[in-house]
Structure formats: structure tokens, C-alpha cells
Design a protein around this ligand. Structure first.
Ligand code: SF4
Length: 212
């Protein structure tokens, strides 16, 4: 009988917690099955001194190929939102709760699949370490997967987006939609509305950081 798949990244964490050591160690993570079909681990990116950390769900097709977070189509929406809120991307630490791209193949296309809870749990030690090293003043969870991973499965982004939440994760914590949700809107007027809503949520954080 085949050995069961591992489901915990902890054995792959480095002895020393620095962003460089974590990034290098994560490249060899085999903590769950998601590494097999993916191209590479996509670790977080940004400076240790970043005051703001954004956490998304998982890398997408482009991110998987390039090995960098938030470089695909959704990242353009994120960049617009950040700019509208007066936040410079280079001041942000960007990462995901799951570090490998989960997808299914349809012909030559690789279609995103939402990671399951056990996959999020397996990968979470990497995010926990990133939070410990960066210790951001503000944390923004982008989308339901990230929000549920860190705030509990009963958390509803639709009900609480843009609210400043009471949490031990960071002094300022909020959740909003994942920027990819803007791309899924059926028409341009709705996309415009959603862009404005994302910028509003990010502005709440920018103002809280400015006041901190
Ligand atoms: S998804 Fe996370 S836990 Fe699974 S192999 Fe990749 S880095 Fe490791």
C-alpha cells in the first residue's frame, strides 16, 4: 500500500527564520501533494520592514511560471487599488496562504482550483513564519480563503469587508475581496464599482497606518 501523502509543511521549515532562509527552504517543500503538478513554490515577496502585509489565496498560472506572487491579471487590479489608496506596492509584503498553484488541466489550459482546507492547513506554517518575521503593522486578507485561514471558517468577507477587526495577528487587520473577483464581474460598470470598493477597503488601511 502506498504511504499516505504528507499534510504539513512544518518538517520543511528552516532552523533559522529569516525571509531568505524561509524562501530557500520553501522551494523544497513537499508538505502536501500540491507541489507535484506545479512548476515551483511561489513564496512571499517584499521587505522584512514592510508595515503592510497582503495575503491572497494561492499563486495563479502566471505566478506559477514566474515564481513570483501577484504578477498575473489579478495583480493589475490589485495595483490599481493600491494606487487609488495611496499605497506603494514596494512598501507591501505580498504573499499567499498556499504556496503552490492548484489547478486542473482542460486541454492546454490550467484552470485555478480553490485549495481545500487540509491544503491550507498544510501550508500555513510558511505564512505563520512570514508573519513572525515581518510582524506587519497592518494585515489585509484578500478573499475568503485567506480570511477563513486566519480568522476562522465562519468569517464572511462579504459581511465584514473593509472593517477594522480585533485580532492578535497584527495591530490593524482587515479583509476584503481578492482582486481576481473584479475580473469575474459580468460587465464593465460592475467592474468599476468593484474596483472602487476594493480601493475604499484599502484606503481604510492606509488611513489607519497613517494614524498609527
Ligand atoms: S502547497 Fe505549501 S505545504 Fe504544499 S507542498 Fe507547496 S509549499 Fe508545501
Amino acid at each position: 500500500m502506498a504511504a499516505p501523502e504528507p499534510n504539513d509543511a512544518t518538517p520543511f521549515l528552516p532552523q533559522r527564520s529569516s525571509l531568505k532562509a524561509l524562501r530557500e527552504a520553501s522551494a523544497g517543500c513537499r508538505g502536501c501533494h500540491l507541489w507535484r503538478p506545479a512548476t515551483q513554490t511561489v513564496f512571499g515577496e517584499g521587505r522584512k520592514s514592510s508595515r503592510l502585509m497582503l495575503v491572497g489565496e494561492q499563486p495563479g498560472d502566471r505566478e506559477d511560471r514566474m515564481g513570483k506572487p501577484f504578477v498575473g491579471p489579478a495583480s493589475r487590479e490589485l495595483d490599481r487599488g493600491l494606487e487609488a489608496a495611496g499605497i506603494r506596492r514596494e512598501d507591501v509584503y505580498l504573499t499567499n496562504v498556499v504556496k503552490h498553484f492548484k489547478f486542473e488541466e482542460r486541454g492546454r489550459r490550467r484552470i485555478h482550483q480553490t485549495p481545500k482546507r487540509f491544503e491550507v492547513d498544510a501550508c500555513k506554517p510558511w505564512l505563520d513564519e512570514e508573519l513572525k518575521v515581518v510582524r506587519p503593522e497592518a494585515l489585509v486578507l484578500l478573499g475568503a480563503t485567506a480570511a477563513k485561514a486566519l480568522l476562522g471558517s465562519s468569517f464572511r468577507v462579504t459581511q465584514h469587508r473593509g472593517e477594522l477587526l480585533d485580532s492578535d495577528l497584527a495591530p490593524i487587520v482587515t479583509a476584503t475581496v481578492h482582486p481576481s473577483s473584479i475580473l469575474r464581474q459580468p460587465d464593465e460598470p460592475t467592474r468599476v464599482e468593484e474596483r472602487e470598493a476594493l480601493a475604499r477597503d484599502l484606503r481604510v488601511v492606509a488611513e489607519a497606518l497613517a494614524a498609527a
